[in-house]
Structure formats: structure tokens, C-alpha cells
Design a protein around this ligand. Structure first.
Ligand SMILES: [Zn+2]
Ligand SMILES: [Zn+2]
Length: 561
């Protein structure tokens, strides 16, 4: 279990006419969003995203929602609705489709286009697509869906209303209420009001910024700050942002044109996504502004702008490689400006500051969230959430998309507006809506599923613990040969160590104590090698801890001869 709830057991059978909500990710962490709705034996899934690993999960590429709870019922899935194109909402879709390829996918034009390029990388071509836009209604089995425009840090995001015999559910997806967005497409509060008038039985709302008072700053406020960074820069400018933040890229393109600079993209996902956004008309590229990254280098530094991935410090991203001087054609010069126009996702702090320090060490001026307004959040703050509750007037609220503290803060806001029933759930905690009342009824299995290279789900928590120990404390192997007839050590210990600055001679003082401990153990009656290995482990472990203040992984091997 990712979030154990020992007080809960498996849920009872869903009463007829009831709607079951099974969150499989995103409730208790920011990432891997996935919620399953069950009605009359049929299933509807909303979002299927990934979570990016933090420093405590070495070697893990991605973390997926746990499909175990629905694995034997995938044939009952009517559709997968994707609210928008962010990785934490679409990234795990290929892994779900590997288990059943013909699940219908429902989403807006941009969302499905971004997802499609991902599916092609996974060689998935058999999946039916249903492109929808705000105002559209479409039914899958017993689920009648209606889509509502919401404003977020990616264009074309949708909220989804789900009507079943159990009532009306409204899921906001990720949203905020920027009143003057670059594309003029605001969160449709009139639709929210109309649904509220009809009667929203269960409202699932984005909790990410519920702790932040007031209102999220408008995207437009970033333009003058970018403008200033461009005006002050005499050399090359590198802007790093999310590869899906079309409007941020738009702002950079427009500013570059004003300052007579040319722009190139670096980073595979940036190149790919911006081509999609341009082809579909979401990104308006001013004529003549774009050049290939390699051609950009031929221009004078004061005419160059690079838009790059890696704003979260991802170690293999373009920006991280630039900071480490390992990028194959972008070489940072003293006096260059680097703008990190993105948020800092919790858990990425160390990686991001490592990159910022690397860039600063090379002489770059680094403009980031900590020293300038180069990013605004994509999520509604407390003030906006209050508006929503007052407009929708839901009967029941289930805060989603956030860590526990975010969901609790969101629930508090709902209560302040008079919502009587706020239900809190984490991943795997099952909520039933029966006769208009939502309540927690049990839990299902819901762990973290780790993707490591080609392997999905093979890496376990305990292996990750091993990797952490290996990474931080190193590794010691001890081989002892025991003469089982004579009942004492006949050769060794032979000690080898890796990962910490050990020399073989460091272990001389502990060799005799190991021999003594093993001999004593045998004379006290220990006969099997497992017990003797434990003796070896304890003896050297205690010594390393006392004398070197380290706790490496110890692999004792006792051989009988
Ligand atoms: Zn999002
Ligand atoms: Zn999200």
C-alpha cells in the first residue's frame, strides 16, 4: 500500500443504483492521477498519469498508478477520459493499454494529439479515439459525459461531468481561474453554475493550491518579467520550461521577436510537443523566428534564444547536460542568461538547485522562481476554490489531486462555504455515492508500481531501500571458510568493499574479531551457515558503525569446507 489504512477492509458489494469511486493515484501525492468510477458493473476511468520519482527512489524512471484493483475487470472499462495533456494525467496510459489496447480514449484535440505521439512510441495503434470539446456530450455505457472548458497551464483542458443513475458528478481536472488567459479560454463558470443548478451530487476538486490564500497570479504578469530579462541580457538566453506549457513558449517567442532574437528548441519532448501545438494552431509561431538548434550557434550570442526542457532538474534533460557541460552542442558562456520559467514540483528541489548551481558556476545569470516572477501556478488558489464551491453548491465534496495537507485544506474551504459532507480519501480508499450521500466504505490494494527501463512493477520497495543504502553507504562483502569437522574458521575472512572510499587495509583490525566471533558461535552450537553469516554481519556491522560511522550493505558469505 502506498498509503496504508489499516482500519479499512475490502469494500462491500456496491448497492444497486450506487456509484463507486476508486482513486488509484493522485490522492496523497501530486502525480499519477487516476480515478475509477463504477456503476452497474461498468467502469469509467478519468486520467491515467505518472509520478516522477524523487531522490529516494534511485534508478526508477517513472511511478505508475496500481492497476491491480481493476486488472481482472478491464473488459468492463467503457472509456478512459483524459482531462488534459500533462504527464501526471496521461503518462501511464500506454501501460494501461498494454493490458487492454482497445479501451476508448476520450479527450480534447490537443490532449489526444500529445497522447497519440506517446502511444506511437509504445507502438500502440489499435486504440479508438473520441475527440471532444467543451459543451460536447457523449455516452459510454451507463456513463453520460459532458465536458466543460477549464483554464490550466496547458491549453484545451476539460472538466468532466458524469451523469449516472446515482446522480451528477463533476470532476474539475486541473484548473485555475485566470481571467485574462493568453488564449481567452476561461474556466466556464457559467457551465459550473448550470450544473450546480441541476444539482451536483459529488464534486471532485483540484487541491494542489488549496493552502495558498487568494488568487493565482495571471499568466500575463510574466510577460514584463521576461521582457526585462531579455532587455538586460547582452548574450544568449536559455529559457527552460515544461515541454507542454504552450502559452509560456508563446510568451518567449513573442518576446524574442521584439528583441530581434531567433529561437531554437532543445530537448526531444519540447521539439515534439511544440510541433503538435503549432500544427493544431495552439501555438502561433511568428514567421522567421524559429531556426534549428545547430544553426542558432552561427548567430551572434545576443541574437540567440534556446527554449529547453529540464526545468525540474531531470538529470538527462537538455538543461542538466548544459549545466554539466556534457551537452553535445550547447556550451554555456559566462554572462549568458538562463530563465527557469516553471514551478518547482515538490521532491525535485535538490535536483533543481543542483542544476541552478551548475549553471551559476559556469558564469550564467540564473533567473528563477526564487528571484523573479517567471512562473505562475496552473492551479486554483483558495479564493478561486471558494468561488467554485459557492457557484456549484455541491452536496458532497471529494478533494483530489494533492498531498494530504492540500486535500485537508481544500475540504476546509468546502466546509466554510456550507458544504455539509466532505469525504477524504487517499489512493485505494473506496468512496460510494448512495442515495445522494458519499462515504468511505473500504479500501483496495493500491501500491506504487515502479518502471525501471523495460521492467514494469518488478522493482519493489525493499529493492529501492537496498539501492539507497548502496548509493549512500556502499557495500562490503565478507567471505569466511569454516572447517565443519574441526569446528572453526579455516580461511579468511576475505573482505572487499565498494562505494565508499575504503582501502582493503582498513579492514585489518576487524579480521581477527570476525574469526573469534564465528569460532565462538560454532562452539556455542551454531551449525548452519545462515546463523554464522548473521554473526559475521553483526560483528563487522557494529565495527563499521562505531569506527567509521557508516551503515553499508553487508553481504556475509560463509562457506563450509
Ligand atoms: Zn495539469
Ligand atoms: Zn495534474
Amino acid at each position: 500500500m502506498s498509503h496504508p489504512h489499516p482500519e479499512l477492509s475490502a469494500p462491500p458489494k456496491l448497492p444497486k443504483g450506487g456509484l463507486r469511486v476508486i482513486p488509484l493515484g493522485g490522492l496523497g501525492e501530486v502525480g499519477r492521477n487516476m480515478t475509477v468510477f463504477e456503476y452497474d458493473g461498468r467502469l469509467l476511468i478519468v486520467d491515467c498519469g505518472v509520478l516522477f520519482p524523487d531522490d529516494h527512489q534511485p534508478g526508477v524512471d517513472l511511478i505508475l498508478p496500481d492497476f491491480a484493483a481493476i486488472r481482472d475487470r478491464l473488459d468492463k472499462v467503457e472509456a478512459l477520459v483524459l482531462t488534459h495533456g500533462h504527464e501526471d494525467h496521461i503518462g501511464a496510459t500506454p501501460y494501461l493499454l498494454r493490458e487492454r489496447q482497445d479501451i476508448p480514449l476520450v479527450g480534447s484535440e490537443l490532449t489526444l494529439a500529445l497522447l497519440n505521439s506517446k502511444l506511437r512510441e509504445h507502438r500502440l495503434r489499435q486504440t479508438p479515439f473520441y475527440t471532444v470539446k467543451e459543451g460536447d456530450k457523449i455516452s459510454f455505457g451507463p456513463f453520460d459525459l459532458e465536458f466543460v472548458a477549464v483554464n490550466h497551464s496547458i491549453p484545451d483542458a476539460l472538466a468532466v461531468a458524469i451523469r449516472t443513475g446515482a446522480g451528477l458528478v463533476l470532476h474539475t481536472g486541473d484548473f485555475k481561474m485566470d481571467q485574462l488567459p493568453l488564449d481567452g479560454r476561461i474556466t466556464d463558470l457559467r457551465a459550473f453554475a448550470r450544473l450546480g443548478e441541476e444539482g451536483v451530487d459529488l464534486f471532485l476538486t483540484d487541491s494542489t493550491n488549496a493552502e495558498v490564500p487568494g488568487f493565482t497570479t495571471a499568466e500575463r504578469k510574466i510577460t514584463p518579467v521576461l521582457e526585462q530579462a531579455f532587455a538586460e541580457s547582452k548574450q544568449r538566453i536559455i529559457v527552460a520550461c515544461f515541454a507542454s506549457h504552450v502559452h509560456r513558449v508563446q510568451q518567449v517567442l513573442d518576446t524574442a521577436v521584439k528583441h530581434n532574437r531567433k529561437v531554437a528548441y532543445v530537448g526531444r519532448s519540447m521539439v515534439r510537443n511544440m510541433a503538435i501545438a503549432r500544427d493544431l494552431g495552439y501555438l502561433k509561431v511568428p514567421p522567421g523566428v524559429m531556426v534549428e538548434a545547430k544553426e542558432l550557434a552561427d548567430l551572434a550570442p545576443e541574437r540567440q534564444v534556446l527554449i529547453s526542457t529540464g526545468s525540474q532538474g531531470e538529470p538527462l534533460s537538455a538543461l542538466a547536460r548544459i549545466a554539466q557541460r556534457t551537452h553535445n552542442f550547447v556550451h554555456l558562456e559566462e554572462g549568458d542568461t538562463v530563465v527557469l520559467a516553471s514551478s518547482l514540483i515538490p521532491g525535485n528541489e535538490n535536483a533543481v538547485y543542483r542544476v541552478i548551481n551548475g549553471l551559476a558556476r559556469l558564469g550564467a545569470r540564473v533567473v528563477h522562481k526564487g528571484n523573479a516572477l517567471v512562473h505562475v501556478s496552473g492551479h486554483a488558489s483558495a479564493g478561486e476554490l471558494l468561488y467554485c464551491y459557492n457557484i456549484v453548491k455541491p452536496r458532497n465534496v471529494l478533494p483530489v489531486h494533492g498531498e494530504v495537507r492540500h486535500m485537508l485544506a481544500n475540504g476546509d474551504l468546502a466546509k466554510q462555504t456550507g458544504v455539509e459532507n466532505v469525504v477524504y480519501a487517499e489512493d485505494g480508499v473506496v468512496v460510494d455515492l448512495v442515495d445522494g450521500v458519499a462515504s468511505v466504505v473500504g479500501k483496495v490494494e493500491c501500491g506504487y508500481v515502479f518502471v525501471d527501463g523495460q521492467s514494469v512493477g518488478d522493482v519493489t520497495e525493499s529493492e529501492l531501500k537496498d539501492r539507497r543504502i548502496l548509493g549512500e553507504e556502499g557495500f562490503i562483502s565478507v567471505i569466511v571458510v569454516v572447517d565443519s569437522v574441526a569446528g572453526k574458521v579455516s580461511a579468511g575472512p576475505e573482505i572487499h568493499a565498494r562505494g565508499h572510499a575504503w582501502a582493503d587495509s582498513d579492514f585489518e583490525p576487524i579480521k581477527q574479531p570476525i574469526v573469534d566471533a564465528v569460532n565462538r558461535s560454532i562452539s556455542e552450537g551454531s551449525t548452519d551457515t545462515y546463523q554464522l553469516q548473521q554473526t559475521v554481519r553483526r560483528t563487522i556491522g557494529r565495527w563499521v558503525s562505531n569506527t567509521h560511522k557508516r551503515r553499508p550493505m553487508i553481504i556475509p558469505v560463509v562457506v563450509e569446507a
